[in-house]
Write a protein that binds this ligand. Structure first.
Ligand code: NIG
Ligand code: FE
Length: 411
């Protein structure tokens, strides 16, 4: 099927083939074509250019985008979308003065979600997660990563990952699975933490790999959670089974997790709300993508990732939602992009680069997603009529999306 979008006010993020991420000063540039057309053949972008160069053809579908902006759909490289129930009671506890840490220490937090998830059936989990997937698709996300990590037993972790696999088969969006057995220590291992690391390394990782349930491995490397040597051990073991690291580091403290990630060739290191010069140095000359999660900073009232320092050091940066019940109960990438501009002083160009091509890189799909490039997936956002693309992060509370296209089809 051939579909054509005509009269596009501005087509954003137009890149040549082979472009897989954008770093440093280059992030300020967002290549565009004004008054453009875009042609899709089945699920792929096949051509684009200025309207005056529109070739003669007979498309099956024509979409008139007069006054509208077209950009690649969001690539959300960090979510925990499969979870059971919510944690609005903890949200109220925080309003009343408890910290995220104090809530976790009294059995709330990740362990609270684990308790709920262990009791939920695969079907229940699937239904809850599919509602969230449909919600984020309507908000312009067409590729996302989903982590396990609310199971924390062999059985429940596998259950979560099976739900992720089912979702990836049912929906047209790309869904990448990450094994996050090392998200928190279950209560019964609090006195013998090494025994839980043994369980992860000797049982969970081999099973996850044998059933091909995940492509990536994650560890919450943080004070009070998994220390650097435990993280290192898990990443090394996972590597033997072909799992690539994408890890939670520096959310509250800098304990050396960034360097462990880089040493283990992590595809991404995520959070980075607390970043030392040493951490920044460690990221230089690596292929690891730093990922910021501003909706988490907003929701928990913790520092924002110092985007300016990261980008001004010549590094790339991706933005993701961290959609989860405890620290970011939203998968709205439009809000993420706005918040990055408003609170992290990223320019609209940097922010859009971070949520498209760099997000795709952080899922290892940037050769097929994240930009307007011939041969890439036709995953697009068509906005409502807008004055300019800076209006997208500016009007942070408005729904500016008119149409979302996934694999060449309107959803
Ligand atoms: O990325 N920090 C660790 N994991 C999640 C939050 C988990 C939770 O509170 O349920 C995050 O913020
Ligand atoms: Fe997270």
């Amino acid at each position: 099927m051939i579909s054509l979008i005509t009269n596009i006010k501005e087509l954003l993020q137009v890149r040549n083939e082979g472009f897989i991420k954008v770093s440093g000063l280059e992030m300020k540039t967002l290549p565009t074509i004004k008054n453009a057309f875009l042609l899709m053949e089945d699920d792929l972008i096949s051509d684009y250019g200025e309207m005056q160069n529109l070739p003669k053809l007979k498309p099956d579908v024509i979409i008139d985008a007069q006054g509208k902006i077209v950009l690649p759909a969001w690539c959300d490289s960090h979510t925990h979308i499969v979870y059971a129930g919510n944690r609005e009671d903890e949200f109220v506890d925080r309003i009343n003065g408890l910290s995220y840490e104090e809530i976790a220490n009294k059995g709330g937090g990740i362990l609270n979600s684990a308790k709920k998830l262990q009791k939920a059936s695969e079907e229940e989990l699937y239904i809850q997660a599919s509602n969230r997937i449909e919600e984020v698709m309507a908000m312009g996300t067409a590729a996302l990563e989903i982590k396990s990590g609310y199971g924390l037993t062999v059985e429940a972790e596998l259950k979560m990952l099976r739900v992720i696999k089912k979702l990836s088969r049912a929906y047209p969006v790309v869904i990448k699975a990450t094994f996050l057995g090392a998200h928190a220590f279950p209560q019964e291992f609090k006195e013998d933490k090494e025994a839980y690391i043994d369980l992860i390394c000797n049982e969970m990782i081999p099973k996850v790999a044998n059933e091909k349930l995940a492509e990536f491995v994650d560890v919450f490397c943080e004070t009070g959670y998994f220390n650097v040597s435990q993280t290192n051990r898990i990443l090394k073991k996972a590597k033997q089974f072909g799992l690539v690291p994408k890890i939670h580091v520096n959310q509250f403290t800098s304990i050396g997790g960034v360097q462990i990630g880089v040493n283990n060739l992590a595809l991404s290191v995520d959070h980075l709300e607390i970043l030392t010069d040493k951490d920044l140095e460690g990221l230089k000359n690596s292929n690891t993508m730093p990922v910021a999660l501003p909706a988490c900073s907003y929701f928990l009232t913790i520092p924002y990732t110092p985007a300016r320092e990261i980008i001004d050091a010549g590094l790339p940066l991706a933005l993701a939602s961290d959609f989860n019940p405890g620290s970011s109960p939203s998968g709205n990438m439009n809000f993420v992009v706005s918040t990055a501009c408003i609170k992290m002083r990223m320019t609209p160009e940097e922010s859009i680069n971070a949520a498209t091509i760099n997000g795709a890189y952080a899922m290892n799909i940037s050769s097929s997603h994240g930009s307007i490039t011939r041969g890439k997936k036709a995953n697009l956002i068509i906005t409502k009529q807008l004055p300019s693309y800076s209006y997208i992060p500016y009007a942070f509370g408005s729904n500016l999306i008119d149409t979302v296209i996934v694999n060449g089809k309107i959803i």
